[in-house]
Design a protein around this ligand. Structure first.
Ligand code: CA
Length: 382
């Protein structure tokens, strides 16, 4: 038995134990991490590569490193990449020049608090004509936090002509939603969180806990389900992913409560149940998810559709999940398990590769020297 001669040796033992725990926790987070990836330039606007060519390229390559909490990315018609960093920077990977060291824009009024900040980004489907880029961010509204969608015009290496598309979306330290995407109908879809007040999700008269739909200038489409309202669907807790499949159906990922993360098939005017039902629970006029994580936590964020599968980024799950929606029953596969830590977004590039954002610098993960990163995945080798 060890006898402690004095308080000093006890203190030394405590310090050693704390240091050992920190090393073990770090090791647990980083043991499976991959590094020294081959580096690639952004894709060109060339047509999608043929399958046989995809067979010859590596599974994983690095597009950009040493980023700070990137949240969302999108492609311009020439293959350049525009992406957000949560603190407020809109950054750019030029198809010719690569990653620009200076942001296109730093949005000063972004409130980078908790899970809030500069979140979603979307390039207008007719960017070649109008140079419009849209972002979603959290800002301070007096004592409160709120979220808005703003449109800019890209002019050279700057964003100019700010126009507010929608604002006063309730915000909070957590549950801000934040994904924005143009649908095949040319309309802008926006996910919003419940701003930590669950009942707001059931109230059609607030913008919290919804998927919203607007025209590109911020006006309301005449065929929205609730006349005069931007609300497209309701009853959401914290949806952060949107993708359309090859049949034009809209899918959304959503952070659940006590695990039970969801993948939902979104239909106009439907109610997705939060906070009335969870997991497999059913109720009249409420839609249950297509699949949920039960007791596991995926913490799903961005989602993309490719070749019969939905791919979604897992934060807590530290994985790229693949839901094969062509299969009946549905199959869920897990890729990149802990290889890159927490994942925030996944987008299909013009080359049909998957582009994935890591999210290891927000204080909830353990960053490696490369983090945060944009990595390119060859889906033919998954
Ligand atoms: Ca639900």
């Amino acid at each position: 038995m060890i006898k402690f001669s004095n308080k000093k040796s006890l203190l030394i033992i405590i310090i050693v134990l704390i240091a050992l725990s920190i090393v073990l926790i770090r090791w647990n987070f980083t043991a499976n991490r991959l590094s020294d990836l081959p580096e690639v330039v952004p894709p060109t606007a060339a047509p999608a590569l043929e399958g046989e060519i995809l067979e010859d390229v590596p599974l994983i390559a690095s597009v950009a490193k040493n980023l700070e909490i990137p949240w969302s990315l999108d492609f311009l018609p020439d293959g350049s990449i525009v992406f957000t960093e949560r603190a407020g920077r809109v950054r750019f990977i030029d198809a010719q020049e690569g990653l620009l060291s200076e942001p296109l824009l730093t949005i000063i009024e972004v409130a980078h608090v908790g899970e809030g900040g500069l979140l979603g980004i979307a390039v207008h489907p007719e960017f070649a004509k109008n140079q419009f880029i849209y972002v979603y961010y959290t800002y301070r509204d007096g004592e409160d936090l709120a979220n808005r969608v703003v449109r800019y015009k890209k002019q050279g290496k700057n964003l100019v002509d700010k126009k507010i598309i929608i604002d006063n979306i309730p915000g909070a330290v957590f549950h801000n939603g934040g994904r924005i995407k143009f649908g095949p109908d040319g309309l802008l879809y926006i996910t919003t969180g419940d701003a930590l007040i669950p009942d707001l999700a059931q109230n059609k008269n607030t913008l919290a806990g919804k998927i919203l739909r607007l025209k590109d200038d911020g006006t309301k489409p005449a065929n929205n389900p609730f006349p005069g309202s931007p609300v497209y669907s309701l009853g959401h807790r914290n949806p952060q992913g949107l993708a359309w499949d090859d049949q034009g159906r809209l899918w959304a990922t959503e952070h659940g409560s006590r695990a039970t993360d969801e993948v939902n098939l979104i239909e106009s005017g439907k109610n997705y149940g939060w906070p009335t039902i969870l997991g497999d629970e059913k109720a009249a006029d409420l839609k249950s998810p297509v699949i949920h994580s039960d007791k596991e936590t995926w913490a799903p964020s961005g989602v993309a559709f490719l070749d019969g599968s939905l791919f979604f980024a897992g934060l807590r799950g530290q994985s790229l999940y693949e839901l094969v929606i062509e299969d009946q029953p549905l199959t869920l596969r897990r890729h990149l398990n802990k290889n890159f830590g927490r994942l925030r977004d996944v987008v299909v590039g013009p080359d049909n590769f998957l582009y994935v954002l890591t999210n290891n610098r927000d204080g909830r993960g353990v960053p490696t020297a490369d983090d945060d990163q944009i990595i390119r995945i060859n889906p033919k080798k998954l």
